[in-house]
Design a protein around this ligand. Structure first.
Ligand code: SF4
Length: 611
């Protein structure tokens, strides 16, 4: 048995511009019933009780404004919140656990923010009754016999102390004009040491800086510090890794891990490596963005992330993605000495007043994706600019056989141009089968064609900018942080789409990113940036993935093993047997099968999870 969900995207419903096809063609309306009517706001209103789920209105609506779905009936009893008629709804909730980090992962738009708002007490769950909001007693009764009962009891009595690190850290300078130190002093709880937290987050040098002058990474770590310094029972972190490099992410993860000794932590994160490292448990949020979201049962971090990659939830018996994600264990570059060279350069030097970058001579080959890893402020963006001819090298020469298309790190789109016009201005063949099947359809961009660039979300704009780069008539595509604002599902799709496009078209891509698993999926070889951030950078030539990761992880001081089921890279617990063993062997990455099995055994001992 199933129950019906009818959701209207009000922004897309323009009843004055259509012929009211939904109302005219609905077979229930034709029998004289009011299954779809026009509301006072001139938007369609659909009765979920009368709707038979035929889907005719979905096909007839010229603006693709209607979604009709059937969900299992039993889920209806677990509806936690619905904002109004024909709107998004959330089923089930994540369960915070004292002295543990519970990770929450899933697509953008399926309800992570709604879930966090409910857990924090800032949104009272209405259990689907948006017209008559239930009392707290009714809410508490609804969660009788579950771990969430005492949680809501504490919220209703004002006894739950909650600290939140919001997603939109860029809004902080709009509400705080003072220094970082003043902000931390204002928010710190009585027992918290500002100097210690600032030091652990590499913020000591920024304490005297005005918040509006911070870089994206500093702002993010300031927000983490503010949330960490509060005395709370529940800490909620919404995407704390954004804007930070891998070194800074490690610092953030240590700070959050410390907090879990004091209370419960719920963490929303798209960087799987970071999420895996930090979480004791995982909930996957799945569903249809903007339509509905379901919180999965709680799993150990390893099982949860493996199920996410597999696209299949065993307990729920639900497949939410057609294809599992696979990792290439072997580096194809080792066997491709005959591959044609697409660009070469001798030793490059680029110097500024206070910064210099040296790049080892190298050849970049056709059909390959080169991953670029390193801390912030080591000259990665400078290298892209030199390679693309935006800036000349101080010494050395770039032999590029063709044009380079570059997607910058920071995107702005303050224009009324819609997405499809933007694409057509770059490449009039965007409607061809090739671009459709390789880029537009996998990244689900058809739905955005009529939207103006200025109205896109951060993740939508990022996907549009990436495809806009790939549509250019170029041989080399350079992407600076393509994962920013993109959810975990789209990161995987994106990595595969870039790789497939580059290989099939005989092009080359360079991808700078701090998400190690994304780089692992997308890259055939790796360039490693090292040095003294802000002063001096050094770029290696493209190395085989194994060698590149070893070089990079050695500098980080962490080791990775491969998950025995999925082959995905997993961070070893510091000072664990395997961590020590791999460091002694100088194998920071890509271990053999036996070592991987030993690691899994050890992982299960060290985390001791019984979810
Ligand atoms: Fe009518 Fe429901 Fe069919 Fe849409 S899906 S046409 S609302 S019966």
């Amino acid at each position: 048995m199933s129950h019906r969900i009818a959701v209207l995207d009000k922004d897309s419903c323009h009843s004055r511009k259509c012929n009211l096809e939904c109302i005219t063609f609905c077979p229930v309306n034709k029998t004289g019933s009011d299954c779809i009517v026009l509301g006072q706001d001139t938007k369609a209103v659909i009765s979920e009780e009368l709707c038979t789920g035929c889907g005719i209105c979905v096909k007839k609506c010229p603006f693709e404004a209607i979604t009709i779905l059937n969900l299992a009936t039993e889920l209806g009893d677990e509806k936690v919140h619905q904002y109004g008629i024909n709107t998004y709804r959330l089923y089930k909730l994540p369960i915070p656990k004292k002295n543990s980090v519970v990770g929450l992962v899933g697509k953008n738009g399926v309800g992570k923010s709604t879930a966090l708002n409910i857990l924090s007490g800032s949104l009272k769950p209405n259990l689907g009754n948006y017209e008559t909001v239930p009392s707290w007693d009714e809410v508490i009764d609804e969660f009788q016999g579950t771990e969430l009962r005492s949680h809501f009891q504490a919220i209703s009595e004002g006894k739950l102390r909650v600290s939140i690190k919001p997603q939109a850290v860029y809004l902080i300078p709009k509400v705080w004009t003072g220094t970082v130190r003043a902000l931390l002093e204002k928010t710190a709880g009585s027992s918290r040491d500002i100097t210690e937290v600032a030091e652990s987050l590499s913020l000591s040098q920024s304490l005297g800086t005005t918040v509006s002058e911070l870089s994206g990474g500093e702002l993010q770590r300031t927000a983490v510090a503010v949330a960490s310094l509060k005395d709370a029972d529940l800490y909620l972190f919404d995407e704390p890794s954004s804007y930070n490099d891998v070194f800074q992410r490690m610092n953030v993860s240590k700070t959050i891990a410390e907090l879990s000794k004091k209370g419960a932590v719920v963490l929303v994160e798209h960087d799987l490596s970071f999420l895996d490292y930090l979480s004791d448990y995982i909930h996957i949020l799945y569903g249809e963005p903007g339509v509905y979201g379901i919180v999965s049962s709680i799993q150990s971090a390893r099982t949860g992330i493996n199920e996410l990659l597999e696209g299949y939830l065993q307990v729920e018996n639900v497949r939410f993605r057609d294809q599992p994600v696979r990792f290439d264990i072997y580096s194809p570059i080792e066997n491709e000495t005959e591959t044609p060279v697409i660009c070469s350069y001798d030793r490059l030097l680029k110097t500024y007043d206070r910064f210099s970058l040296e790049v080892e001579p190298a050849e970049i080959k056709m059909g390959q994706v080169v991953g670029v890893l390193g801390a912030n402020a080591l000259g990665k963006t400078t290298f892209f600019k030199v390679l693309s001819g935006v800036e000349p090298p101080t010494s050395g020469h770039v032999e590029a056989l063709s044009k380079i298309a570059y997607k910058p790190q920071y995107l702005s789109a303050d224009t009324d141009t819609d997405v499809i016009s933007y694409f057509r201005a770059i490449n009039k063949n965007v409607d061809s089968g090739l671009f459709q099947t390789q880029l537009i359809t996998p990244l689900n961009l058809n739905k955005l064609f009529e939207k103006q660039l200025r109205n896109l979300s951060g993740g939508e704009l990022q996907k549009v900018a990436i495809v806009g780069t790939l549509l250019q008539d170029a041989q080399i595509f350079a992407f600076d942080e393509p994962s920013a604002f993109i959810d975990v599902e789209d990161r995987i799709v994106l990595a595969k789409a870039i790789q497939r496009f580059v290989r099939s078209m005989g092009k080359t891509a360079l991808v700078i990113d701090h998400d190690i698993q994304l780089v692992d999926i997308v890259a055939d070889s790796l360039m490693i940036f090292s040095g003294d951030p802000g002063r001096k950078g050094h770029a290696s030539k493209p190395l085989a993935k194994n060698d590149g990761m070893n070089t990079f992880l050695k500098e980080l001081g962490i080791t990775y093993r491969r998950d025995i089921n999925t082959g995905r890279p997993r961070v070893n617990k510091p000072e664990s047997k395997l961590d020590r063993m791999q460091k002694e062997d100088r194998k920071y990455y890509y271990v053999g099968k036996l070592q991987a099995a030993a690691a899994e055994a050890e992982g299960s001992q060290t985390k001791n999870i019984t979810a």
